[in-house]
Design a protein around this ligand. Structure first.
Ligand code: SF4
Length: 366
């Protein structure tokens, strides 16, 4: 087998998932160490990524949000339970452990929980944040482990970002981001949700980020997520995404180390080579069932299970589509993962079948 500095996990099925904690890329190797182009969730013993939604509240109040809307009834996963779950994630050799919300930094014990997560040896810690409670000093502390990542959402320059996000967010984030990029260039990720209102501005914003020295710029397209049912006219077509990806690659040609990616499984760029060196967020998007998330109520959902909105549920009329895999109150993560295999496979089928609806390319499921 080839020698790498990656973190590797060999599965009973014989394949190895090889994860690079710096670039957040993952390659799949067969039993002879050769790169292979495909795998199924049947081939992995445990998830490759676990997302903890540790706190339901969020300070940003984005219009398209599927989370963080519930300001009256805040819920969070208790600190003691989080510590046990983090240990379990490490035992399962999960490649990525992501903390998010709502807004994770609003959790009353965020600092202690992050500190605990970022000292684990196997699972790489990621924080997804709106950045509103951060300053440069706090960012430095969060990024003390050189493998950890901070993923901050900004949809464009101030005016555009304020269309759907908190108008105060842009200035707060820009008060710490440029210096943080200089000092931690590989540890910061800027994430822009892609939709009609920021589509034309993205190349200019991408160039601005590249000039600041950012390496990782991720653009997930707007989707029908959770309770979010943003107006259908805001979705961007596949054709437009392909055009934009080409423009972003031209910018990447000018700036060494700038790696912009639109996280969409259908993109031309990924049509041939679906797994080799694909950034993990996209990887999980494509391989429904390779990750799972824990909600503030303790329910376990498969990543992309969040595609099943209330509207979807009412239209599809299939009982398995919104069902959680289990709840952490009475079972371990390992147990839930193992026992939910059939349900995950059924949900995968539904998710893959309706991917175009999920991305807004179809207005109806019929
Ligand atoms: S920052 Fe994220 S969690 Fe918070 S409201 Fe916006 S989209 Fe939702």
């Amino acid at each position: 087998m080839k020698k790498t500095n990656n973190k590797e996990r060999t599965e009973p099925a014989g394949i190895t998932t090889s994860y690079n904690p710096v670039s957040r890329t993952m390659t799949i190797l067969d039993s002879s160490g050769n790169t292979i182009q495909d795998f199924s969730q049947r081939d992995i013993e445990y998830p490759t990524r676990v997302v903890f939604e540790i706190e339901s509240f969020c300070s940003s109040g984005c219009k398209y949000c599927s989370e963080g809307k519930d300001t009256k009834c805040r819920r969070n996963i208790p600190k003691e339970r989080l510590v046990e779950l983090i240990d379990e994630v490490e035992e399962m050799k999960v490649h990525e452990l992501t903390l998010r919300g709502g807004e994770a930094t609003e959790h009353p014990y965020f600092n202690e929980v992050w500190d605990y997560a970022s000292k684990r040896e196997i699972s790489t810690p990621n924080l997804i944040t709106n950045g509103m409670a951060l300053d440069k000093k706090r960012v430095d502390k969060i990024l003390a482990n050189p493998n950890s990542k901070l993923i901050v959402s900004l949809d464009g320059f101030k005016e555009t970002n304020s269309i759907n996000r908190n108008p105060k967010q842009y200035d707060i984030v820009m008060s710490w981001l440029p210096q943080a990029i200089k000092e931690h260039p590989e540890q910061l990720v800027v994430l822009s949700c892609l939709y009609r209102q920021n589509y034309n501005e993205v190349p200019k914003f991408a160039k601005f980020l590249a000039e600041l020295g950012i390496g990782h710029y991720h653009l997930p397209p707007l989707k029908r997520l959770g309770r979010s049912e943003m107006a259908d006219e805001n979705f961007v077509s596949l054709n437009e995404m392909n055009t934009l990806q080409r423009k972003l690659e031209e910018i990447a040609g000018e700036f060494n180390g700038f790696r912009p990616v639109i996280s969409c499984a259908e993109l031309e760029k990924f049509a041939e080579n679906k797994t080799k060196d694909i950034p993990v967020p996209l990887f999980n998007e494509m391989y429904y069932g390779s990750g799972m998330k824990i909600t503030p109520e303790g329910n376990i959902m498969v990543n992309r299970g969040i595609m099943f909105t209330d509207r979807f549920k009412s239209e599809i009329n299939t009982p398995v589509c919104l069902e959680p895999l289990g709840n952490i109150k009475n079972k371990s993560l390992k147990q839930i993962w193992k026992e939910s295999r059939d349900l995950r496979l059924q949900q995968e089928k539904i998710a893959n079948k309706h991917y175009a609806y999920y991305l807004g390319w179809l207005n109806s499921l019929k």
